[in-house]
Design a binder for this molecule. Sequence first.
Ligand SMILES: Nc1ncnc2c1ncn2[C@@H]1O[C@H](COP(=O)(O)OP(=O)(O)OP(=O)(O)O)[C@@H](O)[C@H]1O
Ligand SMILES: [Mg+2]
Length: 285
Amino acid sequence: MFKLFSNQNENSPSQPKRGRVVSLMNQKGGVGKTTMAYNLLHALHAEGHKVLGIDMDPQFNFSLLFGIQNPQKSIHHLLVNSIRELRALHSDALLSEVIVTNERGIDMIPAGQELSGFELTVAGINAPRQLILKKFIEKNNLLDHYDYIVIDGPPTLGLLVVNILCACDGVLFPFIPDAFSEQGLQNIHDVLMDIEDMGIVQSPKILGYIPNLFEGRRKKSREDFESIKNRFSDAHIFEPFNNRAHLAKSVASRKSVFDYEAQDFRQLQGQFRDMVESVENQLRQ
Ligand SMILES: Nc1ncnc2c1ncn2[C@@H]1O[C@H](COP(=O)(O)OP(=O)(O)OP(=O)(O)O)[C@@H](O)[C@H]1O
Ligand SMILES: [Mg+2]
């Protein structure tokens, strides 16, 4: 086992710290899950937290932001290796070799295209298929080592999504406040209810909804936003992120908003700092 992640409690009388797992989810594509995951990871890091990103999307956009393109060994191999029944499919992928660290000292476990076959690969196992990611995190003591794990989810509903929701303590929902977003949010809500009903894990806390790509100058956008606010009034609704070319450009350059000094980015930095504060407050027990 990778020594870095050995249980810190073994030789130390002090309690190990227990990190928290946060995911960015929405069944709808292109709503900003990866953008928010990447910047939240950097915002948590800027606040002094030890952080790990996990890419759980077979499109591997989160990994691309770390400069990793379709790696030979990815989260898929680590998850398969963690299932005893799938011994025949095990590879020599080691966590220590799969984790990459970017120039700012932020760790991430990348995904590759093969993750799209995850559901099929694990279809026949007897162990609970919904808990593979959760068990993987536990077996490797990742929460003793990291303060926060941020998971970028795929734009689907299915076993990957159920695994993410079962593994995380809190979930954030980026969405575009338009007439179409309500159904996507409702669907993922239903998955959360299903997890609650399964009764095998506590379902994650809804940390809030993140209105993104907001066109505040348009009356229709404001109206749609108000209607969604009323519909999902059970959780925190963050200040909207406006549709801003400089945010898209920063992501395309694999930079976080904290890499820039310009006034345009100051406001975004403040919004991500507020997100960190809210996540910390809600997950601190
Ligand atoms: N507030 C914003 N202003 C301008 N562009 C944005 C904003 N948020 C995200 N984008 C851009 O929108 C596109 C989609 O964002 P992103 O990839 O984060 O969405 P996603 O939900 O992860 O998509 P997918 O479901 O395909 O994984 C990207 O090109 C991103 O740079
Ligand atoms: Mg994405």
